[in-house]
Design a binder for this molecule. Structure first.
Ligand code: GDP
Ligand code: MN
Length: 351
């Protein structure tokens, strides 16, 4: 219902518009970032073109490309044809990528097989587990990423539908935002059985890390999917869909998040189960950040199959306003919970 309402720019008075001279523009300390493989160059170009067209040709933010393998010269030269900002092509160190020594391979195999039988996507794909773990606890400490504070994560093959006529990184900084998302959905509960009990154990040891203004209701409510609460021992499985996110890495680098995620890592759950980085980011943010610092980028038209955020705005094209999915998956949308449970009037008045 809210999606049908027309929207233009967020209603704050300090938005920074496109500079007249982009060459001389003083950018925020932000970068576009993607983890990708050489063979996905075509899909990366597809998305980079849209980000450039709608946003970056006006601001010239740099890009960081991450890969556990070396990027080929072919990949690099192809990308460089389409970007207006500086490009860094970086390799991920093996010790940050492959599963750690303490993982019990037998337990891993048993766990993966069980999840595969339950039709959990990518259950037996080891590289996928590595990826989720890297996006949960690795990327913000990559030496190249360390030079930045904010990142905008994007994925190959995703769509951006709307002109973004303000500097989103400066918006994050000037309005004191920690995290921005476009889409939020429920997760496959079988992939997350122990993450909540493990988290509660950590929180018991460190109650001082929990933010009194966190987003606890959204984490634990089961308004639409009561079965989730049972399977995951109380976690709703609602999560910000992390394939698009704009966020402040100081949060991930802070003690509460980094100690908690190390605690999770030591349980082996990234390999014995199939925890996505989206629920990891979400639980961390909802426990340790102020919910006011979490921003729904309602105005950023975005699609990663099969879900879309399509605002009703003249700045957008190629999508249908308010249409969340073309498949029979409307009940997967968790945004109503976020809107009803965690947004106060001040935040709602942004739109
Ligand atoms: P899905 O969206 O959950 O289906 O997962 P994707 O296949 O889109 O992977 C998520 C992100 O991680 C994308 O940006 C991929 O390019 C990247 N990714 C996934 N697996 C690997 C991998 O093994 N190596 C590299 N370099 N990138 C990966
Ligand atoms: Mn994807």
């Amino acid at each position: 219902e809210i999606m049908g309402k027309p929207i233009d720019l967020p209603k704050v008075d300090n938005l920074v518009g496109p500079p007249e001279n982009a060459e001389k523009y003083e950018r925020a300390n932000g970068t576009l970032m993607i983890l990708t493989r050489n063979r996905d160059a075509g899909a990366v170009v597809y998305t980079v073109k849209q980000i450039e067209e709608h946003f970056n040709k006006k601001f010239h933010y740099p890009y960081v490309f991450l890969n556990e393998e070396k990027f080929t010269e072919r990949f690099k030269s192809r990308i460089k044809n389409y970007v207006s900002g500086e490009c860094y092509f970086e390799q991920v160190a093996p010790e940050d990528w492959v599963q750690p020594e303490f993982i019990d391979k037998n337990k891993q195999n048993v766990g993966m097989l069980k999840l595969a039988r339950e039709n959990v996507a990518y259950a037996r794909k080891l590289s996928y587990h590595n990826m989720c773990r890297y996006y949960s606890r690795g990327f913000y400490n990559h030496p190249r990423m360390k030079q930045f504070r904010y990142y905008w994560r994007f994925e190959p093959g995703t769509d951006y539908f709307c002109d973004i006529d303000y500097d989103v990184f400066k918006f994050m900084q000037d309005s004191d935002k920690t995290y921005g998302f476009t889409i939020s959905i429920y997760d496959i509960r079988q992939s997350l059985r122990n993450i909540w009990p493990d988290t509660l154990e950590f929180v018991e040891k460190h109650p001082e890390y929990v933010n009194p203004n966190g987003a606890m209701s959204w984490l634990t409510n089961s308004l639409q999917k009561p079965e989730n609460a049972e399977e995951t021992d109380g976690y709703s499985t609602c999560h910000f869909w992390s394939n698009f996110e704009i966020a402040d890495m100081n949060f991930f680098r802070s003690k509460p998040y980094s100690e908690w995620v190390e605690y999770l890592d030591k349980t082996g759950g990234f390999y014995y189960e199939r925890w996505g980085d989206a629920p990891v980011h979400t639980i961390g943010l909802s426990l340790f950040a102020d919910r006011k610092r979490i921003h729904w980028f309602r105005d950023i038209g975005y699609k990663h199959v099969p879900y879309t955020n399509c605002p009703n705005s003249e700045k957008c094209s190629r999508c249908t306003p308010g249409k969340f999915t073309y498949m029979n998956l409307w009940s997967e949308n968790c945004l109503t919970n976020w809107w009803n449970l965690e947004m106060d009037d001040e935040q709602k008045s942004l739109y």
